[in-house]
Design a protein around this ligand. Structure first.
Ligand code: GLN
Length: 487
């Protein structure tokens, strides 16, 4: 980790804050100044409230002075993807539809981070309603990759990954419906954790596809991911899909679970379309685990070829339903050109939504329509069960799976104009969402051109403690995560 405060990990900063070597105000000022220096080139933020961040930092310092510090996140600047509600702050989902919306309440994850003393720093750019893999679908313009400003940061949580990699936040939150935490983490060289479906509450998350959406952290290190998950996880009566799982001390468990692990290598994840430099980096990670005494074996997830089709039926079906609420009546963009009520719905939606969101609403409405429901939606649900079964079968023989996170490193802004080309970015991440599993992306190397590469580790349901320990073992043996982009 570089010397600058804004490039340090939560764990390192937690020590400095506890020792009173640094105050939360100094740390926050360092992150704000860094943001000012880089944001003109990055465009990672949709909005920022410096006065509010400094007020929270001051409150953190006052708590610490009174001997009431709340733990490792107290005083740490954390950025939230602009789909997660913070009371009194804008919540746009990077859409014209919500351009002027201010959230009346806190998401549960926001409330939990507040209780842990985190300092909220900005609303981070993303693809509109989290639909995309490059952050180019934001109504407010794309975010750049800090490692190469002509390239995308990935998506949909591209602002969360770019801000973190650039030192404009110490940790961030993203949401992952088909890879939106892990893929941008891989493309920006940071750690991204998608928790098991049900482990982290989605109350206060702008809904995209409710049977797939999960909130999770993007961090500099695996230990930081464990710290964040510890604050975020736990049952929430406000989210009916929230599961009453036991929440271990993920940070402490990192050291208690030494392996060796049995790792499965799904052969379907190493086929056509995989960039040779990405493949080579992932194969070196396999060698590392082998040298640590892990057993590696090839496994098969035979329904992988249907993941993309299944995802784009289920996700669009749910999106078409979730986005029906944006009708210009109660909140959101309202057209001033409408002649009557039906026209108001039509015009407000036509003006408020971008092209990709409209494409998905149309697709989702089609697969749910009478006559096509059985052929598409119902069939996709059955295939989804087979996909989940593939993973559970593999877990009879292995403890976790090892794959690339993204088939390619960061691509050029504007390079992928065909929607299908972008959908193919998710071939290694969406199976995890369809099966409801936890998975983490950790930095595992760089291309010859200096672009980060991510390794994906996929765990058993609710087995985040082992998954993070497995990822931590890799991180301890490497220093990819210590590199910082020269912006
Ligand atoms: N890129 C995928 C999509 O466009 C996943 C997005 C996400 O995880 N939110 O749907």
């Amino acid at each position: 980790m570089a010397d600058e405060l804004f490039f340090k990990s939560i764990a390192e900063l937690g020590d400095l804050l506890a020792a009173r070597t640094v105050s939360a105000t100094e740390l926050t000022r360092a992150v704000l100044a860094r943001t000012q220096a880089v944001e003109g080139r990055l465009h990672a933020f949709n909005s920022r409230d410096e006065a509010e961040a400094l007020a929270q930092a001051g409150a953190s310092d006052a708590r610490r002075a009174a001997g009431q510090a709340r733990g490792p996140l107290d005083g740490i600047p954390v950025g939230l993807k602009d789909v997660i509600a913070v009371a009194g702050q804008p919540l746009t989902a990077s859409s014209r539809m919500l351009a002027n919306f201010v959230s009346p309440y806190d998401a549960t994850v926001t409330a939990r981070l507040k209780a842990a003393g985190a300092v909220f720093w900005g609303r981070l750019n993303c693809d509109e309603f989290a639909m995309g893999s490059s952050t180019e679908n934001s109504a407010f313009g794309p975010t750049s990759n800090p490692w190469d400003l002509t390239r995308v940061p990935g998506g949909s949580s591209g602002g969360s990954a770019a801000a973190l990699a650039a030192g404009a936040a110490i940790a961030t939150l993203g949401s992952d419906t088909g890879g939106s935490i892990r893929q941008p983490a891989a493309l920006c060289g940071v750690v991204g954790l998608k928790p098991t479906y049900g482990l982290v509450s989605r109350y206060g998350l702008v809904a995209f596809a409710s049977s797939l959406d999960q909130i999770g952290p993007l961090t500099r290190t695996v230990e930081d991911a464990a710290i964040m998950l510890g604050a975020l996880a736990g049952h929430d009566p406000l989210d009916s899909t929230s599961f009453p799982a036991d929440i271990p001390d993920y940070r402490a468990e990192l050291k208690r679970r030494p392996g060796p692990w049995r790792l499965g290598i799904p052969k379907e994840y190493f086929g056509a379309g995989l960039d040779p430099e990405v493949q080579a980096a992932v194969e070196r990670a396999m060698d590392f685990y082998r040298a640590q005494g892990c057993t590696l074996q090839e496994v098969s997830l035979p329904h992988t070829q249907y993941c993309l089709d299944t995802y784009y039926i289920i996700a669009t079906a749910e999106a078409s339903s979730n986005l029906a609420r944006y009708d210009g009546v109660r909140y959101g963009h309202r057209s001033t050109a409408a002649k009557d009520a039906v026209d108001l719905y039509r015009q407000s939606r036509a003006e408020g939504f971008g092209a990709e969101v409209k494409r998905r609403i149309i697709l989702g409405t089609y697969v749910l329509s009478s006559g096509y429901y059985d052929a598409y939606y119902l069939r996709a649900q059955k295939v989804r069960t087979l996909i989940r079964q593939d993973f559970l079968n593999a877990y009879r023989e292995v403890d976790a799976l090892l794959t690339p996170t993204s088939p390619v490193p960061a691509f050029k802004l504007g390079e992928k104009s065909d929607p299908l080309a972008l959908y193919l970015c998710d071939i290694y991440t969406i199976g995890v969402n369809l099966a409801g599993l936890p998975a983490v992306s950790v930095p595992c190397g760089f291309t010859a051109g200096g672009l980060p590469i991510g390794l994906q580790l996929i765990g058993r349901p609710f087995d985040e403690a082992n998954l993070l320990a497995l990822a931590g073992a890799y991180e301890r043996g490497h220093d990819w995560h210590r590199r910082t982009p020269s912006l």
